[in-house]
Design a protein around this ligand. Structure first.
Ligand code: MRU
Length: 358
């Protein structure tokens, strides 16, 4: 199995998702600016994977800092965090990861560190701590996806065909996947599951990434264009839809790849359950509803071209909102690492964040 992202002695190594499925190549970034550019240009993409990349970018930037005083390192942390935070606006995992890295940084510096008295010693110590934390975020993400898989697998009957949109697999996470993790877990339980993958215009994450990842794993996958989803649902060929998420509001509204809303409405119309698989790090309790989620607007050229080949008149106007918001009324359940949330989400989502009682 490929590794989406990893920390190496040479730098942060990622599979280049802009080159898949034609080429499986890996890139190693040796500075935080490179990691930021990899997120912006979608060499790495998918909310949880962006979160891991953001954490590793912060760790790398701090590790490379020439600062000799803690005050200087703190100023540099702000610069790095700002650069990483400006890359993509919708996936909340990015901001979650930067916030977690900042909390670790400040907490480590605030606590007495016996034997580390000079600024130089404290700087070396906090650098090592941040590298450790970034690697921990990656390992936790994989474990969280496996837990989501265990909770979600029960929702899928053997013999089902599941429709998914975009890529919510190992490529979009530290590994295993959110929506595809649920499918993987159901298959691991011995269920026969087939997948319909929407191609996901315009960036084609479904065609380029989901189809590649599932085929590589030997999971039966049929690629369809986005416009075919309704047809197959009406024909009774789809038993469930599962997608990931980039940000979930406190009321259960779900921001995910453009076209997800259409899938949800079609599923509702055809009495098919519509599930969202997402870790708690994707749930943003600070936004009351999906209306407040910032939607990334990407270059219209991504709509007017396919793989660099023009498919529309050069002068025509085009739009590219990269995400849409699915109202919570269309969401049958949200699958998280702590179990399922169902409507009313205002009650079920906060309950997931409550500390586990013995
Ligand atoms: O623009 P992308 O490719 O980063 O968008 C990713 C998605 O919308 C995914 O479906 C989402 O992050 C799923 S969570 C693994």
């Amino acid at each position: 199995m490929f590794k989406t992202i990893e920390w190496t002695d040479e730098g942060v190594r990622m599979i280049d998702q802009t080159r898949l499925p034609v080429k499986e190549i890996y890139r190693t970034y040796q500075d935080y600016q490179g990691v930021a550019e990899a997120i912006r240009s979608m060499v790495i993409r998918g909310a949880p994977a962006i979160g891991v990349a953001a954490a590793m970018g912060v760790a790398l930037g701090v590790k490379n800092s020439p600062a000799t005083r803690v005050a200087g390192l703190r100023a540099e942390f702000d610069t790095i965090a700002e650069a990483i935070s400006r890359t993509r606006p919708t996936a909340v995992n990015l901001f979650w990861a930067v916030k977690r890295m900042r909390a670790v940084f400040e907490e480590w510096l605030a606590r007495p560190q016996p034997g580390l008295d000079s600024d130089q010693e404290r700087i070396a110590g906090v650098k090592a701590r941040l590298v450790e934390e970034a690697q921990r975020i990656l390992a936790e993400d994989i474990a969280v996806n496996e837990a989501m898989g265990r909770h979600g697998a029960a929702l899928l009957d053997g013999g089902s065909t599941v429709l998914t949109h975009c890529n919510a697999g190992a490529l979009a996470t530290g590994g295993y996947g959110t929506a595809l993790g649920v499918i993987r877990a159901a298959i691991a339980q011995g269920k026969q599951i087939r997948v319909f993958a929407d191609e996901t215009r315009p960036f084609l994450q479904g065609a380029r990434l989901t189809a590649w990842e599932l085929a590589k794993d030997g999971i039966p996958v049929t690629l369809i264009t986005d416009s075919m989803a309704g047809h197959f649902m009406k024909e009774g060929k789809v038993q469930a839809a599962i997608v990931g998420a980039d940000r979930i509001a406190a009321n259960g509204d779900v921001a995910n790849k453009i076209g997800t809303y259409t899938v949800a409405v079609l599923a509702h119309e055809n009495h098919i359950p519509f599930y969202v698989a997402a870790p708690l790090s994707t749930i943003d309790m600070s936004v009351a509803s999906g209306d407040q989620i910032p939607i990334e607007e990407r270059s219209p050229e991504e709509v007017k071209q396919v793989a660099g080949v023009p498919i529309a008149p050069a002068a025509v106007e085009a739009r590219h909102p990269a995400f849409d918001v699915t109202p919570h009324r269309y969401v049958t359940a949200i699958i998280t690492e702590r179990g399922l949330a169902r409507a009313p989400y205002e009650a079920s989502l906060p309950a997931l964040f409550a500390p586990a009682t013995a």
